[in-house]
Design a binder for this molecule. Sequence first.
Ligand code: ADP
Length: 482
Amino acid sequence: MKLQNSDLFRQQCYLNGKWVTAEKTIEVLNPADNSVLGSVPSFGAEETRGVIEAAKDAYVIWKNLTAKERSDYLRRWFDLIVAHKEDLAYIMTSEQGKPLAEAEGEVLYGASYVEWFAEEAKRVYGDTIPMSQKGKRIVVLKEPVGVCAAITPWNFPSAMITRKAAPALAAGCSIVVKPAAQTPFSALALAELADRAGIPKGVFNVITGPARTIGEEFTSSAIIRKLSFTGSTPVGKKLMAACSNTVKKVSLELGGHAPFIVFDDADIDAAVRDAVASKYRNSGQTCVCTNRFIVQEGVYQRFAEKLTVAVKEQLRVGSGFDKDVNQGPLIDLNAILKVEEQIKDACDKGATLLAGGKRWGESGYFFEPTILMNVTTDMKIAREETFGPVAPIFVFKEESEGVAMANDSEYGLASYFFSQDIARCWRVTEALEYGMVGVNTGILSSEAAPFGGMKESGIGREGSKYGIEEYLEIKYMCLGGL
Ligand code: ADP
């Protein structure tokens, strides 16, 4: 890999402050051309138990540092991530495929959580509460939950780790991270920088290997007190069930099926601009990407036409390393097959193809940015998460019908709508069964905002002042004899 600092490309795991190799390894491929980038250890149950033990020892030391000391470590980690953003972006584009500029954007976005929680570390306040009985006082203490585990996906190889590890470390917890098999190098580069930041051994660990084996050790361990998972809803459900044996706390950030409603009174040009950003970011491979455009009758035709022009003019498919490319490959063949199946199903049932619809290029997992019109709720794409560059457009008449269509999903992560009517903006925001609502914007992620979902999209929030609470226990002290 062509890096300014080649030590950031690590093919070992970072366990208890040491770089460790294994006899058995897993190859990591570049999704743009299927070339082998390198390999990482395939560790199993024994090594996972070992690193959990190490994290337990580290926890005792880490939680007893002052909040200011933990904050300083996080701040140094943040500074190092920012200083190496170009190399980190290069590693990410190599293993994940997203265009280099987008990769650098993710590195900085991920770093913003480290900075944010370096600051929040110092503001973990308790409470005093008036008591109804004489001679006693109620005091609320906040304490770290203990040793944590994180399982993260491939679509945001860096930010999904910092979003969990930074609040955990800020709260005083240690953490063991299992990154996705497709994108371990971004995680290991973060570990290298955590090491350089001087974060004590065992506080931040990265282990790679078969997901199920490591997942079972995490969920069954009595030492791990909290599991934070970002990934698909079926896997999240299994992990939640497995955590019940030890009554572990869980944070789950699962699938989404984001609606994007365009009302007749919307600024259509603004809606189209943000529709492109919301749908085609990371080639449609984010859990907050729009999955359904739900457009009111009066602007349906105009919105579809303008979106088609914008997609054809603005989106360029190709290697993430090419400067003018903004649509990288999908992660693997399965991703392509799923998108193809949804498009075929929709077209068989009467949808009209306005753009794209097929694979792109000779090698790699590229797919053309696609738009489907006349999409109806009996089609697979209306319910199944797409995770690819396909924009289906549905039509509705009345506001209540549009909102009902938007809510007709087991998911409840992100939602968006465009309207210039202030009363409608408030009304529709309250009516949407989603954890996040973008009003006149298609991009809403921020380290300062609570990210998370309702319904089957998950439990808990990441980022913001609420994010650190996920890693804190409340202890009530009743002080008597006064
Ligand atoms: P995606 O569609 O994003 O790959 P997954 O839920 O399959 O969604 O993967 C998200 C993360 O969960 C990855 O790190 C993956 O390795 C891990 N994972 C997948 N299956 C399991 C499992 N049975 N137990 C624990 N972790 C798993």
